[in-house]
Every structure is written in structure tokens, then in C-alpha cells.
Design a binder for this molecule. Structure first.
Ligand code: NAD
Length: 306
């Protein structure tokens, strides 16, 4: 496919939170390349307050004015079943789900209220689960599906004042990694992106000159490639993407320290070997629990401590 225009004719793409920001860019792109698009958005504020149909309607109008095919859906992502049914009822199928909807409730941990925590979990964790859960049987039955989840640098690395959002966003990594493993034999490929882009979410925290170099459209190519049928193997991957830069991330394991029976498994024995615990000079890149078990098996075969 290199060099060719990727197209999505006869495919149905559901984009949650597509009334603005990144989701809008995805929706407009997929429709411009032949897909039927479900533009989901409940139209609230970036803090998750209020709602309305205007945001989704405007994007649908823009797509149709350009000759594309799209329908609006105004459900909260926690009603994932209704969102996926919009795809089924209008287009008879779903091929791609982009779990993109999101809100912020930034506040220091000290001042956080349960409501700030719960609402973030509801939208990012439960919402993404509900949409994927509703799409999954269709993906399995047709032995085809592409799921893109959305994490964040805040989740991967932590971010002051965002512990609710960080927790919710990192959940998308574990969720997607597992779905990638479960979906593989049904040709359901699942990847997770950590975008950075100008949107109402970032408008208040970044200056205009920086935002100008972080256009949401510049995130689209990565999503487009991952969601395309020509992607036959990229799954369970995490990508950072923004400002035109795209890079894969992975886990790195230090050399490690092995306590053995003759060390008597004491904290003091561990302290003696602490350098190894954090020694990244000979890294490994694990992708599953089996890697750790393999490592243990090898380690058990080593001769005892001198
Ligand atoms: P945005 O606020 O412009 O777009 C999010 C959209 O989701 C909004 O249109 C909103 O109405 C919709 N939405 C919110 N709650 C919803 C719900 N319960 N049901 C349906 N729709 C809902 O923000 P954005 O920057 O485009 O963010 C898109 C995604 O990217 C989010 O998941 C966000 O956490 C993530 N993200 C963005 C950045 C960034 O730099 N912009 C960085 C990291 C992660």
C-alpha cells in the first residue's frame, strides 16, 4: 500500500467524541476516504457538563457537504450498545471503532472529590469498555475488526493535577493489550495511541504558537494506517503521536536481581543486589507474563551463589 491513498469503501467507522478536536479530524478523514462514519458526541463541555446534538450534527453536515456518508449519534459513551447499533442500523456493519471520547477534571489529589474521580472513570474506562464490548461480537463474527484506543502521556508518565485522568488513561493500555491478545485469531487488531494535539482540552494549557504545530489532522495518518485492512499485523502496540512525530513505545526490563534460597530471601539480601534491580545496561523488552516466567526458569538453572 505504500504510496497509495488508503481507502475504506464499504467499511463502517465509529468515532466516539467526534464532535470536535481529534475525533472530528478522524471522522472527516475516514468519510473522505469512502467510509460510512458514525459521528458520536454527546456535546458536553470538556469537563463533562451539559450536552446537545449540535457538535455531532455539524460534523455530519460538513461530511455530507463534501459528499461523504455519516450519521450522528448523541449517546454518552457509557451507552456503547446504542452507539454501535447506530452503525448496524444505518450501515449494517462495523469495521473500525475509535474510542476517542474524553473529558478532563483536573485537580490536585488533595482537593479531588469522588465526583471528579468517578466521572473520569465513567467516560474513559466504562465508556471505552461499553463501546468495545458492543462492537466485539460483530468483529468476531466477521473475523475483522480494528480498534484504536486513546491513552495519554498523563497516563504513561503521570501529570500533576491529573491523577484521575492518568489512572483512567493508562487503563486503556492494559485494556487494549488484552483485547489485542484475545482478538488476534479473529483478525481483530487493537492498538493504543497517546496523542498530543491542539483542541479545547489543550487550549488552556499551551500557547497558540505551540498549538499551531500540534494540529489534530497530523495525528490522522497513524490512526488511518492502524485502522486500514492493509494493517495485518500491527496489534497490541502503543504509539506517541503529535506534531507530525509518531513513535512506538514499549516496556523495558532491567537486568534484575535474583534472590535464591541461600540468600534467605531477606530485605538485606535484596539490598546487596539492588544495583541489578535497576540496571538497564542489558535491557529486555517483555511483551507478556510468559516472558517473566521464562526468565525465572532460566534463572533457576543458574548455579547457586558462590
Ligand atoms: P475534545 O474535548 O476536543 O474532544 C473530545 C470529545 O469527546 C468532545 O467533542 C466531547 O463532547 C466528547 N465527549 C466527552 N465525553 C463524552 C461522552 N461521555 N460520550 C460521548 N462523547 C463525549 O478533546 P481532544 O483533545 O480531541 O481529545 C480526544 C481524546 O484524546 C480524548 O480521549 C483525550 O483524553 C485524548 N487525548 C488528547 C490529548 C491532546 O493533546 N489533545 C492528549 C492526550 C490524550
Amino acid at each position: 500500500m505504500a504510496g497509495q491513498e488508503l481507502r475504506y469503501d464499504d467499511q463502517t467507522v465509529v468515532v466516539t467524541g467526534a464532535g470536535g478536536g481529534l475525533g472530528k479530524s478522524y471522522a472527516i478523514f475516514f468519510a473522505s476516504r469512502g467510509a460510512n462514519v458514525v459521528v458520536n458526541d454527546l456535546g458536553g463541555s470538556f469537563k463533562g457538563e451539559g450536552g446537545g446534538s449540535a457538535a455531532a450534527d455539524k460534523v455530519v453536515e460538513e461530511i455530507r457537504a463534501a459528499g461523504g456518508k455519516a450519521v450522528a449519534n448523541y449517546d454518552d459513551v457509557v451507552n456503547g450498545e446504542a452507539i454501535i447499533q447506530t452503525a448496524i442500523q444505518n450501515y449494517g456493519r462495523i469495521d473500525v471503532l475509535i474510542n476517542n471520547a474524553g473529558i478532563l477534571r483536573d485537580i490536585s489529589f488533595k482537593n479531588m472529590k469522588d465526583q471528579d474521580w468517578d466521572l473520569i472513570m465513567k467516560v474513559h474506562v466504562i465508556g471505552a469498555y461499553k463501546c468495545a464490548r458492543a462492537a466485539w461480537p460483530y468483529f468476531r463474527k466477521q473475523k475483522y475488526g480494528r480498534l484504536i484506543s486513546t491513552t495519554s502521556a498523563a497516563g504513561l508518565f503521570g501529570s500533576f493535577g491529573q491523577c484521575n485522568y492518568s489512572a483512567a488513561k493508562l487503563s486503556q493500555v492494559g485494556f487494549t493489550e488484552t483485547l489485542a491478545k484475545e482478538g488476534l485469531k479473529y483478525n481483530i487488531l487493537c492498538n493504543v495511541i497517546a496523542p498530543i494535539a491542539a483542541s479545547r482540552m489543550t487550549a488552556t494549557v499551551m500557547p497558540p504558537e505551540v498549538l499551531d504545530n500540534l494540529r489534530p489532522e497530523w495525528v490522522v495518518p497513524l490512526v488511518a494506517v492502524l485502522a486500514h485492512p492493509s494493517n495485518e499485523s500491527e496489534t497490541g502496540s502503543i504509539f506517541e503521536v503529535g506534531g507530525g512525530h509518531m513513535a512506538k513505545l514499549r516496556w523495558e526490563r532491567a537486568k534484575g536481581a535474583l534472590l535464591r534460597a541461600d540468600d534467605s530471601f531477606t530485605p538485606a539480601a535484596l539490598l546487596k543486589k539492588w544495583d541489578g534491580v535497576s540496571d538497564f545496561s542489558e535491557p529486555e523488552y517483555p511483551t507478556g507474563v510468559a516472558d517473566f516466567m521464562g526468565l525465572l526458569e532460566q534463572a533457576q538453572k543458574l548455579p547457586p551463589n558462590p
